[in-house]
Design a protein around this ligand. Structure first.
Ligand code: SF4
Ligand code: SF4
Length: 287
């Protein structure tokens, strides 16, 4: 089973809509993972039917047992995050879960309790199994949640004898991106023909190189600036990176999204043909 992550240096490049089309092209021999847990939206195209729901705990919150507390004030003085009120109630949003108050309380009145930071799900879709998640509001640790969903996705792909695990990665180059990239066989970087697009491409490529991952590049809406597209093309040639394809701008992509459909199922025009050719190039490169 081969693992592929689709990433972009930033949001808004059309990455998820592309992954939705790949899902339709993958002939049900793939398990899909929506690793963009801060803004999961692959399910808008894949229409999941929920099979499993799990709580995700990756941090802790302090809890003060007021029947034990002597109101000495030490914890309030020591908490750098001002998370403890005058009534000795811990604000769960302000508490960073460092545990220092619990360690220093002279009467051991403070316990650290697991905190539910989000949920993750396994669903069935018309295109195959989807593992996805929802991080709670103002919650961190999305890198750990990404690891949880991709590990579950890999287990399901192995168990089902699938050929591929396709991961829709988060934007940027932070911890969740690294969690979605580590140990995969290939990455597809979706970029756009802008100055910042090239800059973001270089940044995300350096992450791929760091982890020894073969990267291919796809330029979305390439015809919006042919000069910048040419610059990306030249960059890829110079760096010996597979340019998997160029997808033209077309309002049909938005129309398909509004209908909740992958564009390759909505139309058979130039965009869909380009997306097919990117998918084929990616699979060729992988094999
Ligand atoms: S340090 Fe312990 S005893 Fe003192 S105020 Fe805090 S919870 Fe109460
Ligand atoms: S665990 Fe840390 S952040 Fe939370 S209340 Fe205690 S000292 Fe403050």
């Amino acid at each position: 089973m081969k693992k592929i992550t689709v990433i972009s240096g930033k949001g808004g490049t059309g990455k998820t809509s592309l992954v939705g089309s790949f899902a339709a092209l993958a002939s049900r021999n793939t398990v899909f993972v929506d690793a963009d847990v801060d803004a999961a939206n692959l399910s808008l195209i894949m229409h999941p039917r929920l099979l499993e729901e799990h709580e995700f705990t990756a941090s802790q919150t302090a809890f003060i047992d007021l029947s034990e507390c002597t109101q000495c004030g030490l914890c309030r003085d020591l908490c750098r995050f001002e998370a403890i009120s005058e009534e000795y109630i811990v604000d769960p949003v302000a508490c960073e879960g460092c545990g220092f108050c619990s360690y220093t309380c002279p009467v051991e009145a403070i316990k650290m309790e697991d905190r539910v930071s989000g949920k993750w799900f396994v669903s069935e879709t018309p295109f195959g199994t989807l593992v996805h998640a929802r991080l709670g509001i103002a919650e961190e640790n999305s890198g750990k949640l990404v690891t949880a969903v991709r590990n579950r996705g890999a287990e399901l792909a192995e168990a089902g004898g699938k050929d591929y695990l396709l991961i829709d990665g988060p934007p940027g180059i932070g911890c969740p991106v690294i969690a979605s990239l580590s140990g995969v066989d290939a990455a597809l970087i979706v970029t756009e023909p802008t100055v910042s697009g090239i800059h973001d491409l270089e940044r995300v490529l350096s992450v791929c190189h760091h982890f020894g991952i073969t990267a291919s590049v796809c330029i979305n809406r390439y015809d919006l600036d042919e000069e910048q597209t040419q610059a990306i093309d030249s960059f890829c040639r110079k760096e010996k990176i597979n340019l998997a394809g160029k997808i033209p701008f077309d309002r049909i992509v938005v129309e398909a999204m509004v209908k909740g459909m992958p564009v390759v199922e909505y139309s058979d025009g130039p965009v869909s043909q380009s997306v097919r050719s990117v998918w084929e190039s990616l699979i060729d490169e992988l094999n």
